[in-house]
Design a protein. Structure first.
Length: 404
């Protein structure tokens, strides 16, 4: 496909995905907040719902919740399901567009596993389905009676899958599939449990029967799981833009830390909105987890040196200390400039990616920090080392950069 159309497609699908995601997460946070802040109402028996008053946009809203359902069904009901379905559909489309159409650039890293595009795509889609099946079985199993045990097994499963993806895909591909699998579980909850259960309740009411209260309880459990998964999923969705996450060999452990951090922050708000106080320790835990993830990202880089120990690179000899030495020039010309030039020669790339060009010494010096992040501190560039850059070449760049 024409490279410009490919870029535009990516931009437009991402735009839609972000909009639908905001709508879904926004409405889901909103209902969690209402649920937590319901007060008892005189005409609703305790444990069967409640009411809340809200003020917004110049008006007052009186929201009432009926568990399992009101005595008489209203004529019109507003459903909240398309936010979720359209977020999943646009996200899946974006995954196909970016990662499956350009599998060699984004999904497959021959140094990890030399998969053919079709087997990589099959593996990716298969794991999304597998994630849902395993989660759904877990929630229906006797284990689910114990919430802590279920959370521990679910946590181990997600980390295990992140590790598995890291053995199969590029770093970016691994993190995006971990996030996509969790997002699929969340949307699966809406499509396969929450909405069908709601429909069963309505059908029972119309038939004049008493609906099974367990249906509502199941839906609430699934919706709570979604709530705790939301923040970690968002992190994983944007992590592909930050090489210090996706190029780290410890990325799967970072996933674990991010899961705990995101869930703690949600927990803080869930408890606060329910009037059970401010659990400040949840923020402390989240901060400790993020600090641990940052530390992990510093533990390794492609030159085989600890990032914090980069100063040692000064020992490597690079001719000339000012400007751009010939060795550096040659490395950039032979490993990067086929894509990063005003007129790239790499098939499928029509303009320099992200506007990064190495046509003149001035440009190279100006972009030295970007070069350091992409090719020395992390191995994000060349993408999946597609132009076979050697570790010695990265060290030469590091030595030059240390003098800048
Ligand atoms: C096969 C083509 C290709 C080669 C070779 C290549 N890059 Fe890139 N580069 C890309 C693409 C595609 C992107 C945009 C990545 C994205 O969308 O996140 C990019 C992005 C970048 C960025 C911007 C990152 C950002 O998000 O700000 C820098 C800096 C960079 N490359 C440096 C390099 C260096 C240094 C080399 C050589 C060691 C190199 N690239 C080799 C294709 C290439």
């Amino acid at each position: 496909m024409d490279a410009i159309l490919l870029e535009w497609g990516g931009l437009l699908i991402r735009w839609v995905h972000i909009i639908t995601g905001i709508a879904w997460i926004g409405s889901s946070f909103y209902f969690m907040h209402i649920d937590a802040s319901l007060k008892s109402a005189p005409d609703i028996p305790p444990g069967k719902g409640g009411e809340a008053w809200e003020v917004h946009g110049g008006g007052f809203y009186h929201v009432r919740k009926y568990l399992v359902a009101p005595d008489k069904l209203p004529d019109e009901l507003i459903w909240h399901k398309w936010e979720s379905y359209s977020t999943w559909a646009s996200g899946f489309f974006l995954l196909v567009w970016v990662y499956y159409f350009s599998a060699d650039l984004y999904l497959i890293d021959p140094a990890v596993r030399a998969l053919s595009p079709w087997s990589a795509i099959g593996l990716g889609i298969g794991s999304l389905a597998l994630g849902w099946v395993v989660y759904d079985r877990l929630v229906r199993s006797p284990l689910a009676k114990n919430e802590v045990a279920l959370a521990a097994v679910g946590f181990a499963f997600i980390m295990g899958m992140a590790y598995f993806f890291q053995q199969m895909f590029s770093g970016r591909g691994a993190l995006i599939h971990t996030g996509a699998m969790m997002g699929t579980i969340m949307s699966g909850n809406v499509a396969m449990n929450i909405i069908p259960n709601q429909k069963k309740v309505i059908a029972a009411l119309i038939a004049g029967q008493t609906p099974d209260p367990d249906l509502g309880k199941q839906a609430k459990t699934r919706s709570r799981h979604n709530n705790y998964l939301t923040l970690p999923v968002l992190f994983l969705m944007i992590s592909g833009h930050y090489p210090m996450t996706f190029t780290s060999p410890y990325a799967w452990i970072m996933v674990g830390f991010v899961l705990v951090a995101g869930a703690s922050v949600r927990h803080f708000y869930n408890e606060r909105h329910a009037g059970r106080g401010n659990l400040w320790w949840a923020w402390g835990l989240a901060a400790a987890c993020i600090a641990a993830a940052i530390w992990l990202s510093m533990l390794s880089n492609p030159t085989g040196r600890q990032v914090l120990g980069l100063k040692r690179e000064r020992a490597v000899k690079v001719a000339g200390s000012a400007g751009v030495p010939k060795a550096v020039d040659e490395i950039l010309a032979s490993r990067c400039s086929m894509c990063h030039a005003r007129d790239p020669v790499w098939r499928g790339i029509v303009s320099p990616p992200k506007g990064v060009m190495f046509d003149s010494h001035a440009q190279i010096v100006q972009q030295r920090d970007l070069i350091r992040m992409q090719a020395v501190l992390t191995g994000a560039m060349p993408p999946n080392n597609i132009t076979d850059m050697s570790i010695a070449e990265r060290r030469t760049l590091a030595a030059w950069l240390a003098k800048q």
